[in-house]
Structures are given as structure tokens and as C-alpha cells.
Design a protein around this ligand. Structure first.
Ligand code: NDP
Length: 445
């Protein structure tokens, strides 16, 4: 990999990069199959990614005709790496074993290790024989929608494809590594004004928020909509706030500290609720929700913006879903993509049907949506929300910080990039867009 890094740094041509030998092994962050039961009997919060995530050499898999090898310069933590590393709700080796049954190429994924990571920026090193649109030397970011484009079910909305998977979570050979194997239809051009780590942190959560709020496939926000955003300074929320502002909506951000309130104000979100300071107790005990607390949240939203939210941006799940359905406006939409605090959801159905509200499910984004979301980053209309950067060796620490909610925005990892700040291809564009805007989350951390 040293030779590859040297070539990337010296600006070697695509032809030269394409001639370099692909190493037989590479450094990667992974969990081990024989450790999948290591946390059995332990409380979720005590399951520590620092114990289960390892960084070491793994063998390089053969390249399928529709795939490329990417030299990964930087990557980022997503919550799915937390799930993999605590083996919840199930060990992700089950996904790999299922994929292995599908084809000869799928069989490569069932290994004693699972290389994690669903984001990455880097340089294309080699393309398979069926790849048409990309060449060695292309500087790229990677989105995580892994779809077989010869499957007819993938050709309306590829998120509806029968074999849709999330790369680095439901497939092996993910982005928290010096090398990754991805399908050519996961590639997008790297935003030229960003450095490697800023370019690496966006694709997964930015594209997810884009689909949830902007795309006709989910909530399709319109001008003037009030949008209540849980976790508004987190990985999904930090982009969601920007989409609402860009689209002429009115964001109401929910966060859990005065520092996060301040960050959101600087991002342009005027209406912010500190859920910790307000002390909502939506659940009076493990089995009972308290409608008066839902009502209190609703009043707080009205006090800030004068009316109920047309859209609620949901992902905390069990803890908040009852409240989300309740506070949503008559005819409004609760758009959900996750359940961090628990996936067995309870809400009062009377509040849903009597007021003609809808719950809309959303999951990552199709290629078109991810591409549009990436273009908005490249145009400087959406900013990266990188707040911290670590070397790949600290992947366990970084995942633990996300698991325990000690972060804002995204945490980046340097893979092949030897230091921060490298890889900016268009410094003029960076200056035009504004260093302050690009680094807002970093300055607040
Ligand atoms: P982050 O941890 O970066 O942000 C989530 C934020 O939610 C936290 O910062 C916290 O903000 C808030 N939060 C956490 N727990 C609660 C709670 N019990 N009640 C209210 N707010 C809470 O994670 P992401 O935004 O990256 O991801 C969030 C979830 O979405 C994860 O479960 C992830 O796996 C899932 N996800 C799903 C995707 C999909 O395609 N389906 C894509 C991306 C993520 P604060 O403390 O400030 O309120």
C-alpha cells in the first residue's frame, strides 16, 4: 500500500496507478466471527466496540467484473458499525452467509472476519472488465447501496431491489480500511473543494436525509413546512437541518446540550429544543407512555414556531415515536429510518388515523438520490458535518464515542491519508464556499 500512497500523493497518472500491483493483503477494521458471542449476557450499553473491533491485515479478495478496487484515503463512523461491533440486533455474519449463497462472487463475503465501514473517499486503482464509467486515478466518494443491477426488481427504485444491501454492513470489504471492493455503481465524484476526510463523511447519512426529506420517495418536504428533527446535530440530523433550510422549510431541532443548541443556531436553525434541559419523560415506566409529556413537547414546538410540525424526522425509535406521532400536524408525515433506542414501537393509533397522519418508512437512498445529494455537497450548498478525525487504529474509540452519544455530526477516520487536510483539488472553490461554513462542526467540537 505504501507504493500506492506514494503514487497518489505524487499525483501519478491514472495509467500509472492502474499499473501498480494490488497487494495480497491490506489493513482493515473488522470484527471476528469467533467473537460474535463475546457480549452475551451483557447490557447493550456495556458492549464496547473497543473490545470487538480489530485493525490488522486481511487478504485482498478477487475483483468481480462489475467492481473496482479503491485506495481508501479516509472513512467515517456510522451507527451501523456500532451495531456490527456489538453484534446487535444480530451478528452481521448472518448477512454475509446469506450473500455467500447467491453466487460465486457472493461467496467471497463469508469470511472469519467482517471488514466494516459504509463510507469512504479515495482513488480508483483497478476496474473490473464490465466497468465503463470509471478509470484508475478517478477520485471518488462511495455510497453504500449495494445492488445487483441485473436483477429486474432493482429497476424502479433500487432501494426496493430484492437483494439490496448496505455495503460494509450487509457485505464484507467495507470502507474502514486502506482498500475497498465496491460495485462501480457505488461511485460518485469526490467533491473537489473538500479534503479526504471531509469528502468521506457524507455519503451515508447525507443521502439518507436527502431521501427522507427531499425525494418523492419519502416525505417530499415543501416550502414553508415545519420539520421537527430529532438528533438535529447528529449524523442524520446535521444534514436534515440543512435540507430543510435550503428547501424553504422551518426546522425545529431537538438536541441534548447547550453546546449543541449553539451549534444549531450557527447552522441557521433558530428554533431549537434542548430535550435534556426540558426533561421530557415520554415513558413513565418501561411499558407506559405519558400523553401529557407528548403534549408538553407539542406546546414547546408551537411556542417556537406557532404551529405543529408538518413533518417529523424520526430515528430514535421506541423512546420518541409515541411523541412524534402525537405532535405531528393533522395530515402530517412522520418519516422514519431507524430505531436507535428500540425497534418495538408503540404509539397511540387514534392520534394517527383521526388526524390522517402518515408514517413513512425510508432507508438509505438509491443511486440517483445519493448522486443528487453528493452534487449538493460538491456545489457547496450542503456542508460536511465532520467534527473529529482519528487514525484508523482508533476505530474502536471512535465507534464508542458514537455509541455513547459523545459526538456531534460525523467522526472521520484517516485510512491511507497520512495526515488531515490532504486531497483538496479546488482551493478556489473552497475559498468561495467559505472555510467557516465547511468546518463549522469541527470548530464546535
Ligand atoms: P448519531 O448518533 O450521529 O445521531 C443520533 C442523534 O439522535 C444523537 O446525537 C442524539 O442527539 C439523538 N438521540 C439518540 N437517542 C435518542 C433518544 N432516545 N431520544 C431522542 N434523541 C435521541 O446517529 P445517526 O444520526 O447517524 O443515526 C441515527 C440512527 O439512524 C442510527 O440508529 C442509525 O443506525 C440509523 N441510520 C439509518 C439509516 C438508514 O438508511 N436506514 C441511515 C443512517 C442512520 P441528542 O442527544 O443531541 O438529542
Amino acid at each position: 500500500m505504501e507504493q500506492i500512497l506514494e503514487a497518489v500523493q505524487s499525483g501519478a497518472s491514472g495509467d500509472d496507478l492502474g499499473q501498480l500491483p494490488i497487494p495480497e493483503s491490506y489493513r482493515a477494521a473488522y470484527v471476528k466471527r469467533d467473537e460474535a458471542t463475546m457480549f452475551e449476557g451483557i447490557e447493550s450499553a456495556e458492549k464496547d466496540p473497543r473490545k470487538s473491533l480489530h485493525v490488522d491485515e486481511v487478504p485482498t479478495p478477487e475483483l468481480a467484473p462489475d467492481e473496482v478496487y479503491v485506495a481508501i484515503m479516509a472513512s467515517a463512523i456510522n451507527f451501523n458499525t456500532v451495531w456490527t461491533s456489538i453484534f446487535e440486533p444480530l451478528p452481521t455474519f448472518l448477512f454475509l452467509d446469506r450473500l455467500a449463497k447467491e453466487s460465486r462472487w457472493g461467496a467471497r463475503h463469508a469470511q472469519p472476519f467482517h471488514v466494516v465501514g459504509s463510507d469512504g473517499s479515495g482513488v480508483v486503482l483497478r476496474v473490473g472488465s464490465a466497468v465503463r464509467n470509471w478509470r484508475p486515478g478517478d477520485r471518488v466518494t462511495i455510497h453504500c447501496n449495494h445492488v445487483d443491477d441485473q436483477d429486474p426488481t432493482a429497476h424502479d427504485d433500487s432501494m426496493l431491489a430484492a437483494n439490496q444491501r448496505i455495503w460494509g454492513f450487509e457485505t464484507n470489504f467495507g470502507g474502514l480500511a486502506d482498500l475497498a471492493v465496491v460495485k462501480a455503481n457505488q461511485l460518485m465524484p469526490k467533491p473537489r473543494h473538500l479534503n479526504w476526510e471531509e469528502a468521506a463523511c457524507n455519503a451515508l447519512t447525507n443521502s439518507t436525509s436527502y431521501r427522507m426529506l427531499v425525494s418523492h420517495n419519502a416525505a417530499a418536504m415543501k416550502q414553508g413546512d415545519v420539520v421537527l428533527i430529532w438528533g438535529a446535530s447528529g449524523g442524520l440530523g446535521g444534514y436534515a437541518v440543512q435540507y430543510v433550510l435550503n428547501g424553504g422549510g422551518i426546522p425545529v431541532g431537538v438536541v441534548s446540550s447547550p453546546e449543541k443548541v449553539e451549534l444549531l443556531h450557527e447552522l441557521g436553525c433558530e428554533a431549537v429544543i434542548d430535550r435534556k434541559a426540558n426533561g421530557y419523560q415520554f415513558w413513565s415506566d418501561e411499558h407506559t407512555q405519558d400523553e401529557s409529556e407528548w403534549r408538553r413537547l407539542g406546546k414547546d414546538v408551537r411556542a417556537l414556531v406557532g404551529r405543529d410540525p408538518d413533518i417529523v424526522f424520526e430515528h430514535p425509535g421506541r423512546q420518541t415515536m409515541g411523541a412524534s406521532v402525537f405532535v405531528c400536524a393533522r395530515g402530517g408525515k412522520v418519516v422514519t429510518c431507524a430505531a436507535t433506542s428500540g425497534y418495538m414501537i408503540e404509539y397511540d393509533n387514534r392520534h394517527l388515523w383521526m388526524k390522517l397522519k402518515s408514517i413513512i418508512s425510508s432507508h438509505f437512498a438509491n443511486y440517483r438520490e445519493a448522486w443528487e445529494a453528493n452534487r449538493l455537497i460538491a456545489d457547496g450548498r450542503i456542508q460536511p458535518i465532520l467534527s473529529a478525525v482519528h487514525p484508523l487504529e482508533d476505530v474502536g474509540e471512535a465507534a464508542r464515542a458514537v455509541q455513547t452519544n459523545q459526538h456531534e455530526g460525523k467522526i472521520g477516520l484517516l485510512c491511507l491519508a497520512p495526515e488531515e487536510g490532504l486531497g483538496i483539488d479546488d482551493p478556489e472553490a473552497r475559498e468561495r464556499i467559505g472555510e467557516d461554513k465547511i468546518t463549522l462542526f469541527r470548530r464546535h467540537a
